[in-house]
Design a protein around this ligand. Structure first.
Ligand code: ZN
Ligand code: ZN
Length: 345
């Protein structure tokens, strides 16, 4: 009836209590900050409180059980026996509260996340739409004046472009990081005013029906010093090599190395201190991880980013990020705005 739940059942050794909000959305379409799903061989129960009861009763294929607001305490009274739980989604306090009810609790990791990593074409369509809006917004954004304006002001302009182009919202807080701020991969927009000769790292995405896009481009405010130009060329060459490595069956370690080797050869290896990419879908960071440390391998219909960066402390940063669908025969690139160095005024 529900193919996602059927596939999950195939991987279960005991009933699973699903409580990560994105996993509940994925399996049922039901969005709530306080819900859990018990997946058993013959039935699925959905637990949530009064605030969500009306929406929960409309979910097909589940038995809805209204609980008090303290969900785990309620579950401790309602459930019994051996139950798997999502160990990465439950706090120590919630675990203690379930445990007090005498349940035999088995920690489980990544079961629903592994299903979510391989997108169906309906999900790809939503991500593709979010990426199209993102690409159009980046192209229009390049026509803005940058020098003399603050990062915060420009981030707001970009989010307005997402809205005008039909996004349901930003996928995450947009990053606009200029000059030395760009050397911090997860910098947040500040009131710092952009000046000439700086790079501006712009990392943002639109979302459509809960599915996210994630894209980074680095613009130049006027002419760049030689060091930043070289860093840009190295980053772009690494990014293009990384795209070539996005093939089903390739290990995450090898996919990461495809880009990293090129950046190392250009002399910037030490300045690329994070992994090459990550899965994107209902969440902006999800499975698979593409990095030196990852155990994952790429599979067809993974949606992943390819985002090498070069970060020069005190000077500036470069990052170039595309969102791609892993396909037999080569990646489908969803983010299409120019990757040649764009000079803004
Ligand atoms: Zn990003
Ligand atoms: Zn990313």
């Amino acid at each position: 009836m529900n193919p996602r739940i059927d596939r999950l059942r195939d991987s279960l050794e005991e009933p699973l209590l699903v409580s990560a909000p994105a996993n509940v959305v994925y399996l049922t379409g039901f969005s709530s900050s306080n819900a859990a799903l018990l997946v058993e061989p013959e039935r699925v129960q959905l637990f949530s409180d009064f605030r969500y009861a009306e929406a929960a009763r409309e979910v097909d294929g589940v038995e809805f059980v209204e609980t008090k607001r303290g969900l785990c305490a309620a579950l401790a009274e309602l459930l019994s026996g051996r139950i798997g739980f999502e160990a990465a989604a439950i706090s120590y306090r919630q675990h203690a509260s379930l445990h007090a009810g005498g349940l035999e609790l088995v920690p489980r990791y990544g079961l629903v996340e592994a299903l979510r990593a391989v997108k169906d074409e309906g999900e790809v369509d939503k991500i593709r739409r979010a990426a199209e809006i993102t690409s159009q917004a980046f192209e229009r954004f390049a026509e803005e004046r940058f020098t003399g304006r603050s990062e915060r002001d420009l981030a707001w302009t970009l989010e307005q472009l997402f809205h005008e182009l039909g996004a349901h919202g930003p996928a995450f807080e947009s990053i606009v990081a200029a000059g030395p701020n760009g050397a911090r991969p997860h910098s947040r927009p500040t009131d710092r005013v952009i000046g000439p000769g700086e790079t501006i790292v712009i990392d943002a995405g639109a979302q459509v029906d809960g599915y996210k896009a994630d894209c980074t481009r680095t613009f130049a405010a006027g002419l760049l010093p030689e060091q930043l130009k070289e860093a840009y060329d190295a980053c772009l060459a690494g990014q293009l090599a990384g795209l070539e490595g996005m093939q089903p069956g390739v290990s995450s370690v090898d996919a990461d190395a495809a880009a990293r080797n090129v950046i190392e050869a250009a002399g910037f290896g030490e300045k690329f201190g994070h992994g090459l990419g990550h899965g994107v879908g209902l969440e902006v960071h999800e499975a698979p991880r593409v990095s030196k440390q990852s155990q994952d391998a790429l599979a067809a219909n993974n949606v992943v980013t390819v985002e090498p960066g070069v970060y020069l402390e005190g000077v500036g940063g470069i990052r170039i990020e595309d969102l791609v669908v892993v396909r037999e025969g080569g990646p489908e690139i969803l983010t299409t705005s120019s990757k040649e160095l764009v000079t803004v005024s």
